[in-house]
Design a protein around this ligand. Structure first.
Ligand code: NMX
Ligand code: MLT
Length: 435
């Protein structure tokens, strides 16, 4: 090790003790309006973000514009002959809080169709990247590459009134959102289907078009609609939403902001957990020589994972304290469309075993599954077994929520986000003063 690195390592070891002591012995000391525990511990539960797009109760789970998941699915206009609503109707609903009728919905479908053509240079950027680049890196790079298209940035530097900021932001967000399904499908087909691109269809909604471009037959269009809607928003404090909002608060445009949010989503304990769930299940199969695990096998495998110091992917949550209703909604889809599928049975078995193991382990505050525990099995069933693609599907959905939010951020003129930091010395002084 270099001198510098050795010195740094010594410093880290002694500093860790100080931080651990503050958390263990002084976590409830209040400094201004937060505790030392919140200040060091990921700002948990501090109420300092505003959004009307969705709200999250620890026991009920998500509401979109005050509607539960099933109320949302029931209220919005459905694609004729399909089980799930138009994603475009959901976008209208998230932006306005009003349920659109079919005419209003079809107007958004038509508008998105006009905005959906991806500039050729985006494909050049993707093709220039090594083919083993992670699909989330490709997705984020494609979004960032399009930043030159931003109307907001152009109009801002031309001179624009603050009350007009929302307008080009709206245009940027619609332009971006309309292109994401094509970009996602392009990445998939380039990486995993021998570079065979399927051009977008005409007069199709987002879900229908995505299934078409992926080359997957019905009812994958419904699986896509459901996936995009369920992953859209989870109030504003989660990493991808917060990162998007934070970057947008510097008046960075939608391209910069969404790319930042997608980078946050790519973390293994945030959105990337959906790929990790399938990787982990495959490891369990592998360990058992390809056999479907029994409950006992699974219990042992879960303990092995925990004892190795790893998390059980798809389980736990920073806010939720019961089974994620998005998990339930995905499970209902599986019960209808793939009830006898072995992998779905394994996912159910994990649900039966993992919470009690996590409770016995005693670390996780929430031993219940989140949506990532259930989403991958659906895509696997329809032939997308390349699980490192799953977070891109999360990302297309998440874009709907975070883009709706940053349009409203501009509309309401929220200021640049700038919390205050303190030093460990200060924390220790306040801890001493509090006794
Ligand atoms: N398996 C093992 N340990 C866990 C788990 C889990 N699934 N969940 C939490 N813990 C541990 C956590 O690592 C922490 O350990 P330590 O004391 O050593 O630091 C302890 O339990 C307390 O953590 P919590 O306060 O319960 O959870 P926190 O709010 O810090 O983190 C998650 C929330 C979601 C990051 C965490 O539950 C986790 O890592 N889950 C597994 C990964 C996952 O499914 N992420 C997806 C979340 C949803 N999404 O899509 O973003
Ligand atoms: C999300 O959908 O963003 C995740 O459940 C994580 C979160 O809400 O913190």
């Amino acid at each position: 090790m270099s001198n510098l690195k050795t010195k740094l390592h010594e410093k880290i070891l002694s500093h860790r003790q100080r931080t651990a002591d503050l958390i263990k012995n002084h976590r409830d000391v209040v400094i201004d309006s937060v505790t030392i525990g919140q200040c060091i511990g990921g700002i948990r539960d501090v109420k300092c973000l505003v959004t009307d797009i969705s709200s999250l109760d620890p026991y009920e789970g998500i509401r979109f514009r005050d509607k539960t998941i099933s109320e949302t699915f029931d209220a919005l206009p459905h694609v004729p002959g399909c089980e799930y609503p138009y994603v475009e109707a959901f976008w209208y609903f998230l932006l306005t809080g009003e349920v659109p009728d079919m005419t209003q919905t079809l107007a958004v479908v038509e508008d998105f169709d006009k905005r959906s053509q991806v500039p050729c240079y985006v494909f050049d950027v993707l093709r220039a990247m090594p083919r083993d680049t992670h699909p989330m890196t490709m997705f984020s790079a494609a979004i960032l590459a399009m930043q030159r298209e931003s109307l907001f940035t152009r109009k801002y530097f031309d001179g624009m009134k603050k009350t007009d900021f929302w307008d080009p932001m709206y245009e940027d967000c619609c332009n971006l959102l309309a292109k994401l399904p094509s970009i996602a499908a392009y990445i998939y087909r380039m990486k995993y289907r021998s570079d065979t691109f399927i051009p977008p269809g005409k007069y199709l909604d987002i879900g229908g078009n995505f299934a078409h471009m992926m080359g997957i037959a019905r009812p994958y269009d419904d699986a896509a609609r459901m996936t995009f809607i369920l992953h859209s928003d989870h109030e504003s404090g989660n990493v991808s939403s917060h990162a998007t909002h934070l970057v947008a608060s510097a008046l960075s445009d939608a391209y910069y902001s969404l790319s930042a949010g997608i980078n946050g989503l790519a973390g293994p304990i945030h959105g990337l957990a959906n790929q990790e769930v399938l990787r982990w299940i495959q490891e369990a199969f592998h360990k058992l020589g390809g056999q479907v695990p029994t409950e006992e096998d699974l219990r042992e495998f879960i303990w092995d994972t925990l004892n190795a110091g790893h998390v059980i992917p798809g389980y736990g949550h920073a806010v939720l304290r019961k089974t994620d209703p998005r998990y339930i909604a995905l499970k209902e889809f599986c019960e209808k469309h793939l009830p006898e599928y072995d992998l779905f049975k394994v996912v159910n078995m994990i649900y039966k075993v993992a919470p009690s193991v996590l409770m016995e382990h005693g670390r996780a505050k929430d031993p219940w599954p989140n949506l990532d525990a259930q989403s991958g099995v659906i895509h696997w069933y329809y032939g997308i077994t390349e699980f490192d693609f799953y977070t891109v599907l999360f990302g297309v959905g998440r874009a709907i929520g975070v883009l709706a939010n940053i349009i409203w951020d501009r509309a309401l003129g929220y200021p640049i986000e700038r919390p205050k930091s303190v030093t460990t010395d200060m924390l220790e002084k306040w801890a001493r003063e509090a006794g």
